[in-house]
Design a protein around this ligand. Structure first.
Ligand SMILES: C[S@@+](CC[C@H](N)C(=O)[O-])C[C@H]1O[C@@H](n2cnc3c(N)ncnc32)[C@H](O)[C@@H]1O
Length: 321
């Protein structure tokens, strides 16, 4: 992923108000579990008034954990969350307003070219972030903007980790889904009914377009019927059916706008999954980044964060000499 224009699918996602992404809600080790505990341990090692930079912050998943840690520790941190996408968590995330106010957020900031002077922060963090920006460059940028004696911590997607495997699995379903065809069938059905209502089209044209749409939905249902996975993408058929049924109560031009939005959201979802699958790092990638940081003066090391038999992520931690 390169420039800000390429971040639209992240911006759209964060505008929905999600606090985090990448791990499905049903994972017990997700954002509220093990991950949050390990962040709390890290933040507890920082001193009162520490300045923290959270890069690739999204809606502030890790930055808000820093704010929570400060509250629990009875201290205050100066927390800045930055992301390449144009984020605005205060406008979209429904969470304790005091926590949101405890973090400043800035969009349009590339983790691989941080607009901060050397040695500015006591801590630099990233949760499922720097690997999306190429890993090595943002790791070196983090090392640069860290003060001597400062700490860094990155949680990074792992190849064969649960997030990457989930994303790859969902991506295999894309051809089965046929999102473009489904959306187009719904548009045709809506327009044909609209024409009929306005006395322009014929009843048989409308019936045939509706039948085709229902046929598409039934075909999708039968293909996915025995699918054990509850991937987001599998709910598309149900969502489109609801839009079709909305004809009873809403104006068709309004529904057509929602169909466009739905197609765009599927596209965005797939782009995020592809970005995740592409960002997942091998142990060799991690070793390289750690080596580069050591050369840059950070005593860095890494480990695998496991949840029982499942690998959640790589964790890189470091202290700048
Ligand atoms: C998987 S999300 C993680 C967000 C958040 N840290 C969390 O834990 O929920 C990855 C984020 O990286 C951001 N990103 C991707 N490339 C970036 C870059 N070059 N510089 C800064 N942010 C970037 C995306 O916009 C997205 O918000």
């Amino acid at each position: 992923m390169g420039d800000k224009e390429n971040s639209w699918f992240w911006r759209d996602y964060w505008q929905q108000g999600q606090l985090a992404c990448c791990l499905s809600d049903d994972l017990r080790a997700g954002y509220d579990g093990l991950l949050a505990e390990t962040w709390a341990d890290f933040f507890a090692r920082l001193t009162d008034r520490a300045s923290i930079l959270d890069v690739c912050t999204g809606n502030g998943g890790a930055a808000l954990l820093a704010a929570k840690a400060a509250r629990n520790l009875g201290c205050s941190f100066d927390i800045l969350g930055v992301d390449l996408a144009l984020i605005d968590p205060a406008a979209h995330v429904k969470i304790d307003p005091d926590l949101i106010r405890a973090v400043r957020f800035e969009g349009g900031v590339d983790a691989a070219a941080l607009p901060f002077e050397d040695g500015r922060f006591d801590a630099v963090t990233s949760q499922f972030g720097i690997e999306y920006a190429g890993l090595d460059h943002p790791a070196l940028e983090a090392a640069r903007v860290l003060k001597n004696g400062g700490r860094l911590r990155f949680v990074v997607h792992a190849t064969k980790g649960i997030a990457e495997e989930g994303a790859r699995h969902e991506l295999t379903l894309v051809p089965t889904l046929g999102s473009a065809r489904l959306h187009e069938a719904l548009r045709r059905a809506l327009k044909a009914v609209d024409s009929l209502n306005r006395g322009q089209g014929t009843r048989s044209e409308a019936e045939s377009a509706v039948e085709q749409f229902i046929g598409e939905i039934e075909e999708l249902d039968s293909k996915l019927k025995d699918h054990p996975n509850q991937a987001t993408i599998l709910t598309l058929g149900r969502r489109l059916l609801r839009l079709f049924e909305a004809m009873e109560t809403a104006a068709i031009p309004d529904i057509l706008r929602e169909v466009d939005a739905s197609e765009r959201s599927v596209e965005a979802h797939l782009l995020r999954l592809e970005a995740l699958a592409g960002a997942a790092s091998t142990e060799e990638d991690i070793t390289c980044a750690v080596g580069a940081m050591r050369v840059a003066g950070v005593d860095a090391r890494y480990h695998a964060l496991m949840d029982g038999p499942d690998m959640l992520a790589w964790v890189i931690e470091g202290l700048k000499r």
